[in-house]
Design a protein around this ligand. Structure first.
Ligand SMILES: Cc1cc2nc3c(=O)[nH]c(=O)nc-3n(C[C@H](O)[C@H](O)[C@H](O)COP(=O)(O)O)c2cc1C
Length: 206
């Protein structure tokens, strides 16, 4: 608890937005067929009216996979919480999101010499999966958590603060009611971030 508060306070001191009491959330959304989504669209609908939240739908922005790196970096620089939201595909992320990571997290910007643009920002992986628990029990490294490893390592390498991931499993069998519950859980989580940081900003102001 002390750790979390200390972390929030530290972020306030180092974050220009916090002195305005604004906590910007950026959702980098990668669904190959956004119009066919059920689970992810429900999550986005649930947070649509959250203030200071920006959604960049990569497959809408870049149907030709020609990513505007400068625009993406600008969006990331203005965010306090960066969310990567996508459906799981073959135990991994959709291809445009992987390309986005490869292009946008540049040396000298995200890592390496003077590559500090993302330092101290929070990072949340929000993923939906068709499979339930059994689906992740295959292979020599079973379990859902190991699938987070490449994303977590990437985030940490860029100086981001890894947050406990938000996962919606078993979407193949999800009814409207459970999707609505997941949407509410997502909304609550993002609102809690803003509330927590606004409190910390007030403390930092004195
Ligand atoms: C090409 C493809 C590969 C998929 N691979 C996986 C997978 O490895 N594990 C899993 O649990 N679900 C997998 N799924 C299911 C999707 O994750 C699931 O349909 C999605 O999370 C539902 O969200 P949506 O309604 O927003 O599309 C896959 C779906 C597609 C189309």
């Amino acid at each position: 608890m002390y750790g979390a508060l200390h972390h929030d306070f530290y972020l306030c001191l180092n974050n220009p937005h916090m002195f305005n009491g604004i906590f910007m959330i950026l959702i980098i959304y990668a669904h190959p067929y956004p119009r066919h989504s059920h689970a992810n669209q429900r999550l986005l609908d649930a947070v649509a009216d959250v203030a200071d939240l920006n959604v960049r739908s990569l497959y809408d922005l870049y149907p030709d996979f020609n990513i505007n790196v400068a625009a993406e970096q600008r969006a990331l620089e203005g965010a306090d919480l960066i969310v990567l939201q996508h459906p799981m595909q073959w135990y991994n992320m959709p291809p445009l999101l992987k390309l986005w990571l490869d292009k946008v997290l540049e040396h000298g910007w995200a890592y390496g010499h003077e590559g500090t643009a993302l330092h101290g920002k929070d990072f949340l992986w929000a993923v939906t999966t068709g499979g339930d628990d059994h689906h992740f029990d295959l292979g020599d490294h079973p379990g859902f958590d190991v699938l987070a490893q490449p994303i977590q390592a990437t985030a940490l390498y860029c100086g981001l603060n890894w947050q406990p991931c938000f996962a919606v499993h078993n979407t193949f069998a999800c009814d409207e009611e459970s999707l609505a519950r997941s949407g509410e859980r997502y909304r609550r989580l993002l609102l809690d971030y803003q509330a927590r940081y606004q409190t910390a900003a007030e403390v930092a102001h004195g």
